[in-house]
Design a protein around this ligand. Structure first.
Ligand SMILES: *Cc1c(COP(=O)(O)O)cnc(C)c1O
Length: 374
């Protein structure tokens, strides 16, 4: 099946017992056993639940992986993956990863003895220089959040293979519709499914896809032991959201391109961060389109505040990837937990604005960004 069919029919399609076209919501914690140990494959819903299993199969199909795992949030998924490592292992991270990922690594896993280096992974030399004898993995986001820096997944995968390291890619911004990290050599793919996969700003969830049986066993052990699983109702909602992933992503990308063309003509805009403008053509070619996320810098905070005022179609809110356009100020919202010095070094200025372009009419979005209307 091709991708646009797979989002609808991938994983487990419908219900063979009743012919229901949708996977039922198995709202149960436990399962009857005929004799001790004789059951239909399910014993307890932390270990496995049919609705969650259908979702896990679906995301594995979409990411061309071996097995999928669903968690109660993106952070639960990320934390569970980090628990696959031991104290005194070392991991190399992209330096402007999602704020919550930065926080969990630098405030929690570091206390458990996990060593880390944050570096600009767009330059492969930085990764090579950061490798130490105890390095076990490279963890990247491409594009990064909020500055949209690209990392060439294939190139990093080669370095990872040569040094016996796992390559972990947070694919939240792209989704498998736009970018398939496992096909480019990654070992694990992560998602905050709260964003584009869910797509309707109505749930919080995380997904992981691994490319081998060995990694699947390790992660299943952690999922079952630590227990940060996704419930059946949210698993159902996420399957429902994924069915329209292709059409939504097309529209997000189209609208983003229209807004980019408009922003380019505005003289209050000093810089636009969007993958289209990246000079690394190889990294650009790993993505089908450039996505629905735009960050831009404006001349001063007065202009920034003006843009944020009088909003109706656009919503001032954290998060991204939903059908509605969201606007945010990374320095004061999503990235506030990063020390201001570090933020400055990374280029996350106080005048930066991040836009998660929705699927409304682009004219309505543009009208609300236009400060001459305010
Ligand atoms: C939101 C986000 C996360 C965290 O996911 P939650 O579902 O909010 O826990 C991780 N990575 C990226 C890139 C994100 O945007």
């Amino acid at each position: 099946m091709k991708f646009n069919s797979l989002v609808i029919h991938g994983g487990i399609d419908g219900d063979e017992h009743t012919g229901s076209v949708n996977v039922p919501i198995y709202q149960t914690s436990t399962y009857r056993q005929e004799e001790v140990g004789k059951h239909k494959g399910y014993e307890y819903s932390r270990t496995g639940n049919p609705t969650r299993f259908a979702l896990e199969q679906l995301i594995a199909d979409l990411e061309s992986g071996y097995k999928g795992f669903a968690f109660g949030s993106g952070m639960a998924a990320i934390s569970s993956v980090l628990m696959m490592f031991n104290s005194s292992d070392h991991i190399i991270f992209s330096d402007d990863v999602y704020g919550g990922s930065y926080r969990v690594v630098s405030k929690i896993f570091t206390n458990l003895g996990l060593e880390h280096t944050f570096t600009n992974t767009s330059d492969i030399k930085n990764i090579e220089n950061a490798i130490k004898p105890n390095t076990k993995a490279i963890y990247i986001e491409t594009p990064t959040n909020p500055l949209m820096k690209l990392t060439n997944i294939k190139e990093v995968a080669k370095v990872a293979k040569n040094n016996n390291l796992l390559l972990i890619v947070d694919n939240t911004f792209m989704t498998p519709y736009l970018q398939k990290p496992i096909e480019l050599g990654a070992d694990l793919v992560l998602h905050s499914a709260t964003k584009y996969l869910g797509g309707h700003s109505d749930l919080v969830a995380g997904l992981v896809v691994v490319n081998t049986e060995e990694l699947a066993e390790r992660l299943h052990f952690i999922q079952n032991s630590v227990g940060g699983i996704l419930g059946p109702m949210d698993s159902f909602l996420l399957i429902r959201g994924i069915k329209t992933l292709s059409v939504r992503m097309e529209k997000h990308c189209q609208n983003a391109m229209k807004i980019i063309s408009w922003l380019e003509q505005q003289d209050f805009v000093t810089h636009i961060h969007y993958p289209k403008f990246d000079r690394n053509e190889d990294a650009k070619s790993q993505m089908k389109h450039y996505g629905g996320m735009i960050s831009f810098d404006v001349k001063n905070t007065d202009i920034q505040n003006k843009i944020l005022s009088n909003l109706h179609v656009i919503t001032l809110a954290e998060s991204l990837g939903g059908i509605e356009t969201l606007i945010s100020v990374p320095s004061r919202m999503t990235h506030a937990s990063i020390p201001s010095e570090t933020r400055k070094q990374l280029g996350i200025t106080d005048t930066l604005i991040r836009l998660s372009v929705g699927i409304e009419d682009s004219d309505d979005i543009i009208r609300e960004l236009d400060i001459t209307n305010k």
